[in-house]
Design a protein around this ligand. Sequence first.
Ligand code: HEM
Length: 642
Amino acid sequence: MLSLATAVLGLPLVLVFYFLWTFLLLLFRQARSPLRHLPGPPSASLFMGNLQDLHDQENTGLVARWASTYGSAFVYRGFMGGHRLMLVDPVAVNYVMNRGYDYPKPDFVRDSLASMAAGYEGLLTAEGEMHRRQNQAFSAAQAKSFTPIFWEKAIRDPSTKTEDADPEPATSNALSPSALTTSFLPNPFSSFVPSKASPPFPSTVKSRLAALPTIESASAPCRLDVLPWLARATLDVIGAAGFGYAFNSLEAAAERRESESELARAFAVIFSTARKFRVMTVLQVWFPVLRNFRTENAAMRQATASMRKIGTELIEQRREPVLAETEKVAHASEKPDAIEGDRTVLGRDLLSVLIRSNVAEVPTQRMSMNEILCQISTFLAAGHETSSSSLTWTLYALSRNPAIQAKLRTELRSLPVPTGLAMDTASPTPPTVDNTDPQAAAFFERIMHLPYLDAVVRESLRLYAPITTTMRVAGADDVIPVGAPLADRHGHACPHIRVRQGDIISIPIQALNKNTDVWGPDAETFNPERWARAETDAEERARRAAVQGLWGNLMTFGGGNPVNGNRSCIGYRFALSEIKIFLYVLVRDLEFSIDPSIEIEKKVNVLTRPSVKSEPHRGNQMPLYIRRVSPLVDDGCAGVRI
Ligand code: HEM
């Protein structure tokens, strides 16, 4: 009896002691952090530090302003005034980003990614040895092998049936530049990309298309919220290219019904739950013991179970053929490359590629079933809205810059679509592109190398990096080098930055991409010409070379040049091909514009999404005007002739 009473009374005391002790340790730790010597803005709030101000920094340019006042490495305040290091100095950024295993993601970032990517064993969340084992970027050949899928989805007319789609027959004659319209469908995850601005949906996509006037005509163009529709298109892409799964969100939307895909629904629940702000999440950052009390509501539990069930089925479907193929290859004299491999029974998806390379590894290097399972939700979390966000912002930039858009269209139109890629949308069979067709492969390759398209994509990914900030934590006490000497709070020169184990570091990707020291005084301007300029201007090239990003001297896809591992994007080639193919298909035959009186703001919640400043109640949206441009008289293309 006595011991029960002691336990009942003692437990709260132990808890109070634990929280107080942890809290005091944290305060003590902060008070000793070497970061406290660095200059930085005053804390705006005792509890939230500067976090509230930073929330809107993509619109206010706050980081750049702070950097001009306090230098290229400064300290801002996190929860309860904790010192956090913000790095704008390229040398320091390269140092941290290229040491992925010495500077891992902080626990609270991993936790929030894990809730989106359904676990800690996927590439986004794994650390140390597990990450090392999994980390295989998709090769250029593999990325190439997905281009037919991008094309198929970009030109897709949802009224054309596939075996997975609704069995109702296609209703009318061919939809011509089906390209555009197929992408413009409601977002399957409207719960996490709230968009209430979409106009009433017509009964078929065709009727929407039919309403699109040509540029020559005086009639008003259609106003469409492109954001949710592009999200639907890229979801279908990652389903097909990622793991051979048909979300059919385009078809579902064309028929004005909810997606029937169990996986789409499961992911929507997981993603929307993960993005909700909870006080408990904040407390878990401070008091790790609370992480043991993570609760999942019934919907989340069910969604995770569905995801695991479908994932297991998808893996099982591939395992046998992969083993058989590996066996065959082991006995064959010639080994197939990635594209050759895709001619086989395995299909063309990333999951097949993953399983194939996994089987080939020595047993100790292989991923567990759970790890492979985690990659499915990882591909969904990492590879779907990043691409649709990029496409949305690119169309926005082109709408704001009609001359650039016209120049791009001229280039796109100079490259005719081969007859072999004809799209007969009246056909009852889906227009699958033959993955081994050399003519199609050459055409896709030419799209990838169109110089102005490349410059537009680079410029858009520079100014509108979908992931605006990433974070790291110092795994051990260290000294971070800097490009230019710093002055501490007391004016003393610092040749480097001292960090203590556990110090949090922010890498402001978008602010870095707009750094005037690197990109010049017009860094804020959308100017694709700057990419051609760098080819002739050695000084400009040298300035940019200071940033060792994975791609294009940008941090958009994370760091390159790993010294001790990096956590850069494994899907960047995939994303670039996808974006270029979609832009080719969309911009070639459509003109995009925007109401000049509308002010678009960036809203950051994991990714950067657009919102109309005067309509915050409508959530994320990108309303653009769209109309067809006059048809090409004879472009040799049966597929996109208007
Ligand atoms: C425009 C599109 C994309 C952008 C801008 C982008 C950007 C990034 C960035 C910045 C990171 C590093 C995050 C950090 O260090 O905190 C990252 C990681 C990652 N990305 Fe992407 N990404 C894109 C598309 C994709 C696609 C299409 C896929 C998959 C098919 C993908 C898969 C991943 C994965 C698995 C990681 C984690 C890598 C690791 O931690 O080792 N991404 N991405």
